[in-house]
Design a protein around this ligand. Structure first.
Ligand code: NDP
Ligand code: MG
Length: 383
C-alpha cells in the first residue's frame, strides 16, 4: 500500500490522480489532500477519500459539520509543507500549479518522501536545489508526471545503463500552430484556451499556446535527466501520440506512445515500477492513421529560445523567466494584456533582471519576488 499526499487535489492533474487512485484502492491510500481555493470540491473529495489531513492553502474557511472531525485541518500556505512532510505518507504527488509548490517539494525530499512531480514550475525555479535534494533519476526519489518526461524516463529505463545522446521532446504545437504571427499576437483568451489534444488547467493551456510550456519542459528535462540544453531537441508532433523519444549512440531511437491521456503518466509514477489499468482508451494506430513531425517555428514561437537562453545563463535566470511568465499569463487570463504581450513581458523581465546563483530556498523566493514585481510594473505600464 502506497500512502500519498496529494497537493493540488482540485486541479486537472489532482482530480485525475484521484480517479486512478480510486481504481486501485488496494494499492493507494490518499493520506493528505490540499486545495487552494476550491473548498467545495475539497470537501467532496475528503468525504470520498477520507484522508488523515486536509488543507486549503488560500486561507481559513467554514468546515461542514460532518467533516469537522473527519481529519486534521490546516489553512494557509504553510499547510502545503505540512502535507508534504506528513509522517504517514510515503510519497507526495505535487500537482500544484506554479512556483508556489517548490517549498513543498524540497520539504518532501528532505523528509525522505518520494515525489511524483507534475508541478514543472517548481523544477524550473529551483532546479539545482531540487536535484541536489533528490539525487539522480536512478535513485527514483523524484519521478516525472509530465507526459513527455514520463515518456523519456520510460525510454531511459528500457535502455538500462546506456546513456542517451539526445532527447527528442515532442510538442503538439498548441492551438496556434498553423496561425500567422500577427493573428497569434491578438488571440483571445477563449482561443488560447482551446487546446486541440489535452484538457488541462488554464495556466498550462496558455503556456502551450505561447509554447512557453515547451520552454519550461526543456528546463525540466535538463534537471530531471541531467542533459545539456543543446542535446534536447523539440519536435512538433501535432497528433500527440509519441510522447517523446530518446536517441542512443548506436543511432537507435526509443519512443513511448499512447493516447493523449494524463492518467497514464500519473498512474505510471504512482505505481512505478508496475503498470496498472488506467481506464484509458486503447491506442488504435489504424484510427490515428498517420504520425507527423515538424521543426518548431521559432519565429512564431520565440518562447523556447528564451528558455534556452535562461538555461545557458544559469543561476536565477530560469526562476526569473518562470515568475514573469506566471504573472503575464494571469494578466492575460484576466483580460489585462494581449496574448502577444505575454512574451514581451517575459522577455523584458529576463533582459532587465539578472539574478546570480541561488543558494537556498530563500534566494529563490527573493528572486521570484523581484521578477514578479518587475513583471507587474511592466504590465501596468503597457495596459
Ligand atoms: P490546475 O489549475 O487545474 O490545478 C492547480 C491545482 O493547484 C489546484 O488544485 C489549485 O487549487 C492548486 N493551486 C493553485 N494555486 C495554488 C497555490 N498558490 N498554492 C497551492 N495550491 C495552489 O492545474 P493543472 O492540474 O493543469 O496543472 C498542475 C501542474 O501540473 C502545473 O504545474 C502544470 O504545468 C502541470 N502539468 C499539467 C498537465 C495537465 O494535463 N493538466 C500536464 C502536465 C503537467 P484550487 O483549484 O483550489 O484553486
Ligand atoms: Mg508536458
Amino acid at each position: 500500500m502506497e500512502n500519498i499526499s496529494l497537493l493540488g487535489c482540485t486541479g486537472s492533474i489532482g482530480t485525475q490522480a484521484l480517479e486512478v487512485a480510486a481504481l486501485h484502492p488496494d494499492r493507494f491510500r490518499i493520506t493528505a489532500l490540499t486545495a487552494h481555493s476550491n473548498a467545495e470540491k475539497l470537501f467532496e473529495q475528503v468525504r470520498l477519500f477520507k484522508p488523515l489531513f486536509a488543507a486549503l492553502t488560500s486561507g481559513e474557511c467554514e468546515i461542514p459539520a460532518d467533516l469537522k472531525n473527519a481529519c486534521a485541518w490546516s489553512f494557509g500556505p504553510d499547510a502545503l509543507r505540512e502535507a508534504a512532510a506528513l509522517p504517514e505518507s510515503d510519497a507526495v504527488l505535487d500537482a500544484v500549479v506554479g512556483m508556489a509548490g517548490l517549498e513543498a517539494v524540497l520539504t518532501a525530499g528532505k523528509a525522505g518522501k518520494r515525489v511524483l512531480l507534475a508541478n514543472k514550475e517548481a523544477l524550473v525555479a529551483g532546479g539545482e536545489m531540487v536535484t541536489s535534494v533528490f539525487g539522480p533519476l536512478k535513485d527514483h526519489r523524484l519521478l516525472p508526471v509530465d507526459s513527455e518526461h514520463s515518456a523519456i524516463w520510460q525510454c531511459l529505463e528500457a535502455a538500462g545503463d546506456n546513456l542517451p545522446e539526445e532527447i527528442l521532446l515532442t510538442a503538439s504545437g498548441g492551438p496556434f500552430r498553423t496561425w500567422e504571427a500577427d493573428r497569434i499576437r491578438n488571440a483571445s483568451v477563449s482561443e488560447a484556451l482551446g487546446h486541440p489534444n489535452w484538457h488541462m488547467g488554464s495556466k498550462i493551456t496558455v503556456d502551450s499556446a505561447t509554447m512557453f510550456n515547451k520552454g519550461l519542459e526543456i528546463i525540466e528535462a535538463r534537471w530531471l535527466f541531467d542533459m545539456p540544453e543543446d542535446r534536447i531537441r523539440v519536435v512538433v508532433h501535432p497528433e500527440s501520440i509519441v510522447h517523446s523519444a530518446v536517441r542512443f549512440r548506436d543511432g537507435a531511437v526509443l519512443a513511448q506512445m499512447g493516447v493523449p491521456d494524463m492518467r497514464l503518466p500519473i498512474l505510471y509514477a504512482m505505481a512505478w515500477p508496475d503498470r496498472l489499468n488506467t481506464g484509458a482508451e486503447e491506442l488504435d494506430l489504424f484510427r490515428v492513421g498517420r504520425l507527423t513531425f515538424e521543426e518548431p517555428d521559432e519565429k512564431k514561437f520565440p518562447a523556447m529560445a528564451l528558455a534556452r537562453a535562461a538555461l545557458r545563463e544559469g543561476g536565477g535566470a530560469p526562476c526569473v523567466m518562470n515568475a514573469a511568465n506566471e504573472e503575464a499569463v494571469y494578466a492575460f487570463l484576466g483580460g489585462r494584456i494581449s496574448f502577444g504581450s505575454i512574451y514581451d513581458i517575459v522577455r523584458y523581465v529576463t533582459e532587465t533582471l539578472h539574478a546570480g546563483k541561488l543558494r537556498c530556498f530563500e534566494d529563490v523566493r527573493d528572486c521570484d519576488g523581484r521578477a514578479r514585481t518587475l513583471a507587474r510594473e511592466r504590465i501596468k505600464e503597457i495596459q
